[in-house]
Design a binder for this molecule. Structure first.
Ligand code: CTP
Ligand code: MG
Length: 215
């Protein structure tokens, strides 16, 4: 079936503090441009959700729509803007997308209808207790950090979004909307390079990685 890459890029980048984050450049290329470039060769079409009033950065080959107030709104709009059978949903703020991750997701989604990358954790996990002290230790075994891209049958994720709206449920990703309804979501191994550029420190990391990535 046909596959559309859907890229929410309509956020304001408050934590980074450099204006709409998708437009921020790393070694001369916008975060959005990097995400589009990585996905475009692997899909049939690319649709991007942008902040109202902004146009695609020069040279970015995609179809653009206006995003919503939240990431979830932006993704729902993207889902309604394509008729592809499958969708790959990917944050513009994760500019380094290894090809093998996308291929793994597309294989998995044909089996289960929903799949996401998920990364094992390296650090010890603890819930903060009173007065900023150590609270409950959380065994990290079996825990995963959920990243994007995530892949879905479009009808399945569209229904999950509609149900979330009906329930007033605000999620932080799309796979979680399927899982909360009891739907199966396959986990495929994530990649540290898929980290989300969120704070100024992440930008320094992205600059360093881009030097290697761009060759
Ligand atoms: N996003 C979106 N529409 C929104 C909010 C976020 O399309 N209304 C997108 C962002 O552009 C980003 C992804 O969702 O690619 C993940 O969001 P996040 O990292 O939180 O980006 P921002 O919302 O821009 O950053 P901040 O929360 O610091 O303002
Ligand atoms: Mg945000």
């Amino acid at each position: 079936g046909t596959v559309a890459a859907l890229i929410p890029a309509a956020g304001s980048g408050t934590r980074l503090g450099l204006g709409p984050k998708a437009f921020v450049e790393v070694r001369g290329k916008s975060l959005l441009g990097r995400s589009v470039e990585a996905l475009r060769p692997l899909v049939d079409e690319v649709v991007v959700a942008l902040p109202d009033g902004l146009a695609l950065p020069p040279g970015v080959e995609a179809r653009a729509i206006v995003g919503g107030v939240t990431r979830q709104d932006s993704v729902e709009r993207l889902l309604r803007a394509t008729s592809a059978e499958y969708v790959l949903i990917h944050d513009a703020a994760r500019p380094f997308v290894p090809e093998n991750v996308v291929l793994d997701l597309l294989e998995a989604v044909h089996e289960t209808g929903a799949a996401t990358v998920a990364l094992p954790l390296a650090d010890t996990l603890v819930r903060e207790g009173r007065k900023g002290d150590w609270g409950d230790l959380t065994p990290r075994e079996g825990l995963r950090a959920v990243q994007t891209p995530q892949a879905f049958q479009r009808e399945l994720i569209l229904n999950a979004h509609a149900q979330a709206v009906a329930d007033g449920f605000a999620g932080t990703d799309d796979a979680g909307l399927v899982a909360r309804l009891g739907g199966r979501v396959r986990l495929v191994p994530g990649d540290a390079r898929l980290f989300k550029v969120t704070t100024p420190g992440d930008l320094a990391l992205a600059e360093a990685l881009a030097a290697v990535w761009d060759g």
